[in-house]
Design a protein around this ligand. Structure first.
Ligand code: CA
Length: 230
């Protein structure tokens, strides 16, 4: 269940280098050589992060970035801009348009992967591969382990994925469709009430540890993981 990265770069050697570095870092990689190919790839499946070259043959990476930020479905996808330009104005317009980070060519593959990790830590901690904590809850994504006050808690895979996502975005309310997209992957045709079933199961799994109240229903909106009283 590794995080997916879409590499958008038209230069074959650099596309290969970036893809190899990311695959080596444990990520699932897809590639696109143009803005159009990238749009198709995003339509087919939402990536967890995009590495986006500035100069592409059909349009600029900056235009694609603006498009991603303008659409509800792609707004939250972290983007790292890749460019040969080091000029201050470019850096500023990339960050202004909503890029999460900016890597100037030439770069070392190790540096790029560490930037990817840093962006995941900040924007989507559930993909960073590191243990996440929230109140008495602790989740280790690599060992597939959930603990409450250091006591292991058993749960199904779907409940684990749901908790992992929520613990990466604590105190935020997510609708059923947002949870379906983020936890089960978009374009997966599952009914929204499936989310309710897994929320119930997750509460049940947490009940013996007495922390089921952290997983809260927000009437009319969805669910959240919260330390605040319900
Ligand atoms: Ca290019």
């Amino acid at each position: 269940m590794s995080a997916s990265i879409l590499v958008v770069e038209d230069e074959p050697a650099i596309q290969e280098l970036v893809s190899y570095a990311c695959a080596n870092g444990g990520y699932a990689v897809r590639r696109a050589g143009s803005v159009q190919a990238a749009q198709e790839a995003v339509r087919a499946a939402l990536p967890d992060l995009v590495i986006l070259d500035w100069m592409l043959p059909d349009r600029t990476g900056l235009e694609l970035l603006r498009e991603l930020r303008a659409q509800e479905r792609t707004r939250e996808v972290p983007v790292i801009m890749l460019t040969a330009r080091g000029a201050e104005t470019d850096r500023v317009s990339g960050l202004d348009a909503g890029a999460d980070d900016y890597v100037v060519k030439p770069f070392s593959p190790r540096e790029l992967v560490s930037r990817v990790r840093a962006v995941f830590r900040r924007r989507a901690p559930q993909h960073s591969g590191e243990a996440l904590e929230f109140g008495p809850l602790r989740i280790d994504p690599v060992r597939h382990e959930v603990c409450v006050n250091d006591e292991p808690v058993r749960m199904g895979l779907a409940e684990f994925k749901l908790l992992k996502f929520l613990i990466g975005h604590p105190e935020r309310v997510f609708s059923r469709s947002q949870l379906l997209d983020s936890v089960w992957g978009d374009h997966v045709f599952i009914e929204e009430r499936t989310v309710d079933v897994h929320v119930l199961r997750l509460r049940k799994a947490l009940q013996p540890s007495g922390v089921q109240h952290l997983l809260q229903t927000v009437r009319g909106l969805g669910y959240r993981l919260s330390l605040r009283p319900e």
